[in-house]
Design a protein around this ligand. Structure first.
Ligand code: CMX
Length: 134
């Protein structure tokens, strides 16, 4: 069902303050910044080899990422696994009794369809299914 880790999401207070570490100190390739308005985040994508890091900056105080930072501090927010068919992956997990936050895919960053597994079903780790392309 899963083909690889697509990216790791990291909650940050400021993209401007954080990007230089990943781009300049670690030497990752900066892909770009995109706002996902519906989820109240600005997302910066950086690549190293086949792997990606997604930096998530809240765009308002009531953003879920702002609440995450308030509760836990900045740090790892989610792990996103790539799937070939997100509807089939959701159906399979639901059929196996896994609790989903998203029972239907929604739009993620950089042209992806995404769905989150509820952390109650994934031992506290926010887990995302991610299918490239809409
Ligand atoms: N890690 C662990 N637990 C988390 C979590 C995280 N990062 N984020 C939320 N939770 C927990 C909450 O504490 C809550 O637990 P309880 O039910 O025990 O209180 C539970 O998950 C549900 O959280 P919620 O905020 O009440 O539920 P919502 O349905 O409103 O939102 C979620 C859930 C995960 C979508 C939202 O919190 C979030 O993080 N949204 C931003 C998603 C994001 O990163 N988008 C960027 C683009 C995505 C991409 O392309 O990758």
């Amino acid at each position: 069902m899963l083909t690889k880790i697509n990216h790791i999401g990291i909650a940050v207070k400021s993209l401007d303050d954080t990007i230089p570490f990943y781009r300049d100190n670690l030497g990752m390739a900066f892909v770009g910044i995109e706002e996902v308005a519906e989820q109240k985040v600005r997302v910066a994508m950086l690549e190293i080899g086949e792997s990606k890091i997604e930096l998530l900056e809240p765009t308002s105080e009531d953003s879920p990422v702002a609440k995450f930072i308030e509760k836990n501090g900045a740090g790892i927010h989610h792990v996103a696994y790539q799937v070939e068919d997100i509807n089939a992956a959701i159906a399979r997990l639901l059929g196996e009794g896994v609790r989903m936050i998203d029972e239907k895919p929604r739009c993620g960053a950089h042209g992806t369809s995404i769905a989150f597994v509820h952390p109650k079903s994934s031992n506290g780790v926010l887990t995302e299914l991610c299918q490239p392309g809409h």
